[in-house]
Ligand binder design. Structure first.
Ligand code: XIL
Length: 335
């Protein structure tokens, strides 16, 4: 059968894709996953809100379906994510009267959650995004002022990594974030991760989400990010890659006055060139980079169709709305 992304990159790193459980039931989508990818990340199914909707109730169905499909077909799974301020269940930070819980109660809940989720998939999930997006984009603070930070304090990060490590000592544990090419944020993330490393916290990797656009990052910025984080003695992965045709990530809201969006030939070419550049840098750093995962399967449906502007179409991936390879696909596999 024809070669897929995973075959072209077999000597480099696994190529992953973010999935939802409906794809496992969808003929063309599951076929495309199997032909092209060697790793999967549940797009939402393992987040705290979906998987742990009430304090004493877990919803394993969707996550189980994804892990089972991966096991059946020999794909790796990246777990995403154990501690994040978004997609949080309503019960997490309050008691039954609605009053905010204490540090001790929240730590106990975090431990219970992480032990249950990581423990259930022990040996089946090779890498976990343990803490997601703990560093703010602007301001002067090192820590994003989330409820985890406010209630527990800065050691919520090390606790989360310790709980995950206890539940599956063989899993690779990642800190994951976006906007990692912005030099101010990059240095903050570096400091935060370095603190954890210096303390002996079980952290093994840094995930660069890679929500980029045809305008960003430059090869040099990307090169610097990978080199900087690998300098901590950690592995690096690109965990949520897409290349938006719209404005730069941090400017997208302002540039979004018109919701109209057309994938012109010119954009097709620019996007292919950008993807070619990104993968050239990835290949150069194959000793530091241990995975590249795309955030969604094809342009038929991307989270960017509803972010940051609801209903504005984007075309950020390697496959078009009919699951056919785009110019960007050729650019990535012809090297
Ligand atoms: C996104 C999903 O793709 C959407 O379906 C969901 O509505 C919101 O979250 N950074 C992350 C991912 O770490 O978990 C986010 O995924 C995209 C940004």
């Amino acid at each position: 059968s024809a070669k897929g992304l995973k075959d072209y990159y077999a000597a480099y790193f696994p190529i992953g894709v973010a999935v939802n459980p409906r794809m496992m039931q969808n003929g063309p989508e599951s076929a495309l996953i199997l032909a092209q990818f060697s790793s999967m990340t549940p797009e939402n199914a393992m987040k705290m809100g979906p998987i742990h909707p009430e304090e004493n109730r877990y919803n394993w169905k969707d996550a189980d379906a994804i892990v089972q499909f991966a096991q059946q077909h020999g794909l790796k799974v990246r777990g995403h994510t154990l501690c994040w301020h978004n997609q949080i269940p309503p019960w997490l930070f309050v008691d039954s009267t609605g009053k905010q819980v204490s540090r001790d109660v929240l730590l106990a809940r975090l431990k219970q959650h992480i032990s249950a989720v990581v423990g259930r998939y022990k040996g089946k999930i090779y890498a976990w995004d343990v803490v997601n997006e703990a560093v703010p984009d602007g301001g002067d603070a090192l820590y994003r002022p989330t409820k985890f930070y406010e209630i527990i304090g800065e050691d919520y990060l090390e606790k989360a990594f310790q709980y995950a490590h206890e539940a599956d000592p063989a899993a690779l544990l990642f800190y994951n974030d976006y906007n990692t090419e912005n030099t101010v944020k990059r240095e903050r993330i570096y400091q935060l991760v370095k603190k954890l490393k210096d303390k002996g916290v079980p952290i093994h990797g840094v995930g660069l989400q890679g929500h980029w656009s045809i305008h960003e990052p430059t090869a040099q910025q990307l090169d610097e990010s990978i080199t900087r984080f690998a300098g901590l003695g950690l592995t690096v992965q690109i965990t949520e890659l897409d290349v938006s045709i719209h404005a730069k990530q941090h400017e997208r809201q302002e540039a979004a006055a018109t919701a109209k969006s057309e994938f012109t030939n010119e954009l097709n070419d620019r996007q292919a060139a950008h993807y070619a550049m990104l993968f050239k840098v990835f290949r150069k750093h194959r000793d530091k980079l241990s995975g590249v995962t795309f955030w969604n399967l094809s342009d038929k449906s991307s989270w960017l169709d509803n972010f940051p502007v609801k209903g504005r179409k984007d075309y950020p991936l390697l496959f078009d709305q009919n699951y056919q390879p785009k110019k960007a696909y050729s650019a990535v596999v012809n090297f």
